[in-house]
Ligand binder design. Structure first.
Ligand SMILES: [Zn+2]
Length: 345
């Protein structure tokens, strides 16, 4: 194990908000390195520099956690793309890449596991055995490569999340366990999101909350209830899309012509950087401890969120100074006034 940093996740959380950043799969798909559909992070083996670059961009933008890109790098998913034999190498390599970039700053490395699609509420006993084996296998490699804590995320089932939690605790690592929130109020095995987080907290999760699926507007009200229900740390990592009461998740968003926008027609629903900055401020105000972003996330959002939290980060060097823009700036030269008039129509 490498010694990356002296301050672990729990110590940092004790001292204030920890900022995270995710959405690696979505962003690397947009950049042409991951296939939409299976969404398996083959990029880890095929274009490791692309993964490192995105880690680096998030690091410069203020993320304090490099999340190893092992999302969907599990047995079930690799079978789908015929790369089952690459399973171990893909997992180890993902953690190595995260470590390499984390060392460039003072960042933590999180091992990452997620919903497996193997958990079956109709056959809990047998499917739990399979899920546990997948998690033990993935996290075993991650621990050998060196991680500071584990993020178990987009959990559809409380039952599956509890298996993840048990495996993380067996490894004696801090556990952040966050739920998917695709359904209105409850997990797929019928637990209200708030109740499910309470159970996870009671079972020893260090950080609980939600990630993915919901944009700021529809995630924050649930997070607020989770905050009131648990005494452990709370995480919120929404998607940067304008979900609302009618379409509470990005999976439910519909285009003007009624098509499902998820996952390839989502651009018209993107939040802007100021809206994500506003989310960060609101999350901090209701005492969320781990503030991040999920699918759709990109470095400009992360920087805006960091600055909203009062931080100056490496990429703040290039934060906007529109006063220096020749047309938009305060001291508009005479020759530009006509352009400005044209722009405004
Ligand atoms: Zn996501």
């Amino acid at each position: 194990m490498s010694s990356r940093t002296n301050r672990g996740i729990l110590e940092r959380l004790k001292n204030g908000v920890v900022q995270g950043a995710e959405g690696y799969v979505f962003e690397l798909e947009r950049r042409g390195y991951i296939k939409a559909g299976p969404y398996v992070p083959e990029v880890v083996l095929d274009f490791p520099e692309a993964v490192k670059e995105l880690h680096r961009e998030f690091l410069r933008a203020g993320s304090e956690v490099m999340v190893a890109l092992t999302y969907y790098a599990h047995r079930e998913k690799l079978k789908d793309v015929g790369r089952e034999n690459d399973l171990e190498f893909m997992n180890r390599q993902a953690v190595r890449l995260a470590n390499e970039v984390a060392r460039e700053g003072d960042a933590l490395v999180a091992g990452n596991i997620c919903n497996t699609w193997a958990y079956d509420p109709q056959n809990v006993k047998e499917s739990s055995r399979v899920v546990r084996m997948m998690y033990e296998e993935q996290l075993g490699w991650a621990v050998e490569e060196g991680i500071d804590f584990v993020i178990s995320e987009t959990n559809d089932y409380l039952g599956e999340a509890l298996i993840a939690l048990e495996v993380i605790k067996q490894l004696k690592l801090p556990a952040m366990v966050t739920l998917a929130s695709v359904q209105q109020n409850q997990t797929r095995d019928g637990y209200d999101y708030v109740e499910a987080c309470k159970i996870l907290a009671d079972q020893g999760a260090d950080i609980v909350g939600l990630n993915c699926d919901r944009g700021p507007e529809t995630m924050l009200p649930i997070i607020e209830n989770i905050r009131s229900a648990v005494s452990c740390y709370v995480a919120a990592q929404p998607v940067p899309y304008k979900t609302d009461t009618r379409y509470p998740t990005f999976e439910s968003l519909r285009t003007d012509s009624g098509e499902q926008a998820f996952p390839l027609l989502l651009e018209p629903f993107l939040c802007n950087r100021f809206e994500m900055a506003d989310f960060a401020r609101k999350a901090q105000a209701i005492e969320v401890n781990y503030i991040g972003i999920c699918c759709g996330g990109a470095p400009h959002y992360v920087r805006a969120m960091a600055e909203a939290l009062g931080r100056t980060v490496r990429s703040s060097k290039y934060s906007p100074v529109l006063e220096l823009h020749p047309v938009l700036g305060a001291h508009v030269e005479e020759k530009h006034k006509t352009f400005l008039a044209d722009w405004k129509g």
